[in-house]
Design a protein around this ligand. Structure first.
Ligand code: NDP
Length: 401
């Protein structure tokens, strides 16, 4: 069918490459390109039993011209950006310059100011529309599948969704006292920021980890979870009919929070550069360098993730509740593609989004968040590509206070 360019060679990119290679009648040619070519080569070498032709390339995607050159050489139909959020805009510019569709899993971040806002990417709407190109934003799990779940709930079960609780639980254990499951910089930025949720048309701010609940997760058991701001809240608040409140919850163990609190108290999570022996260093980047590489956690991690959304609203004037979620096993993911469930649950949806664009099932010129597309083909793919979902119409609810 066609060519796909994958940018990035981290944990998520590796899963994307494996899953594209499994779908070799759709992705007949795959180029894996990143800052460090040897990492692309290692991913290529780990892929077996695929008819896709796989090549690798070096690219610094901070500079749009570099990406333009690579796209012109390789000629893909779709680019999957699974580098870091800092590269989103340069890669989008390159896609516009070359007439290629764009998929990512995280919103653009200016390097020095953590914002978690879509405004920079939404500013490209008209340009992509005029060029007849589709930019699919946030095709990971959260954002990603959580948006697809929301579109599916809206399409099939509700006239109005009033309340959404997104629940992201990780019951995995890697055996280290402290490590982050994906890029530590992004992960720690997310957790140390103030919490925020959407209520009655406005944003309510909380202190970091101020709101805590306990939830009994299917196949994981009881976990403490904390209210965080998460980027899909911004687009869901705009795209879901009748919405009154959206909250996002993520589980963290007490051990994780204790380590993080200490690191924060001593200044190690700061993104303010400091002068160390004549060299400017960012404490958080230094911390990243001493922590275990998330990619190395795969073989050690046991247990499951459970991520899903609880919806409350109305259908035909009657109150209705719906919970849809996926449970993913770290070791099964590792056995299949050599990565743990956090990378797996992000990489599989990125491949699915690209597949739907590659096959013209999703074709909507402009810049769109994932919940704006028809959820049905994506929901069907989840079941066959390794992330089957389950549903319940009578779930345990997350208390309001
Ligand atoms: P990693 O840090 O493991 O990998 C990032 C990759 O991007 C590395 O290979 C890195 O290269 C490469 N890279 C960084 N800068 C550049 C550049 N300037 N040019 C080219 N390549 C570059 O991250 P993950 O794989 O864990 O995450 C990838 C993305 O997925 C992130 O944007 C993250 O926010 C997102 N994500 C989304 C989730 C979701 O559910 N929506 C969940 C988890 C992650 P090098 O190896 O040289 O450093």
């Amino acid at each position: 069918m066609g060519k796909v360019l994958i940018i990035g060679a981290g944990g998520v990119a590796s899963v994307v490459a494996h899953k594209c290679a499994q779908n070799d009648t759709v992705f007949t040619e795959i180029c894996i390109a990143s800052r460090t070519k040897s990492k692309c080569d290692a991913i290529k070498d780990s892929i077996k039993n695929s008819k896709s032709v796989i090549t690798t390339a070096q690219v610094d995607a901070d500079v749009a011209e570099n990406v333009v050159k690579l796209i012109q050489e390789f000629g893909p139909k779709v680019v999957i950006n699974v580098a870091l959020p800092y590269q989103d805009l340069s890669i989008m510019d390159a896609c516009l310059a070359t007439g290629v569709h764009y998929v990512d899993t995280a919103n653009y971040e200016p390097p020095d100011v953590p914002k978690f806002e879509y405004k920079w990417q939404w500013a490209y709407r008209e340009k992509f529309e005029k060029a007849g190109l589709t930019a699919l934003l946030g095709s990971g799990f959260d954002p990603g599948v959580t948006g697809v779940f929301s579109a599916y709930a809206q399409k099939h079960y509700f006239d109005e969704i009033e309340y959404i609780d997104i629940l992201d639980a990780n019951g995995g254990d890697h055996g280290y006292p402290f490590a982050t499951n994906f890029n530590p910089e992004i992960n720690i930025r997310e957790i140390t920021a103030n919490g925020r949720y959407f209520k009655d048309g406005a944003w309510v701010e909380t202190q970091p980890l101020e709101m805590k609940r306990t939830y009994d997760f299917d196949q994981i058991g009881e976990k403490d979870m904390y209210l965080l701001y998460h980027e899909e809240l911004e687009s869901l608040a705009q795209n879901i009919r009748g919405i009154k409140q959206i909250r996002f919850w993520m589980t963290f163990s007490q051990k994780y929070i204790t380590h993080l609190t200490v690191l924060q108290n001593v200044g190690m999570t700061s993104i303010e550069p400091i002068n160390f022996k004549g060299q400017m260093i960012q404490p958080l980047q230094f911390l990243k360098a001493v922590l275990p590489d998330p990619a190395s956690l795969g073989p050690r991690t046991k247990g499951k993730t459970n991520i899903g959304c609880i919806y409350r609203g109305k259908k035909d004037g009657q109150p209705k509740t719906y919970y849809v979620y996926n449970v993913c096993d770290h070791q099964e993911a590792f056995a299949e593609v050599g990565s743990q469930a956090i990378s797996y649950t992000t990489g599989v949806p990125a491949m699915i989004g690209a597949k739907l664009i590659m096959t013209d099932v999703w074709n909507m010129p402009g810049v769109h968040n994932i919940e704006e597309f028809d959820p049905d083909p994506f929901m069907a793919e989840l079941n066959t590509q390794g992330l089957p979902w389950q549903e319940s119409f009578d779930p345990q609810l997350v208390s309001e206070a």
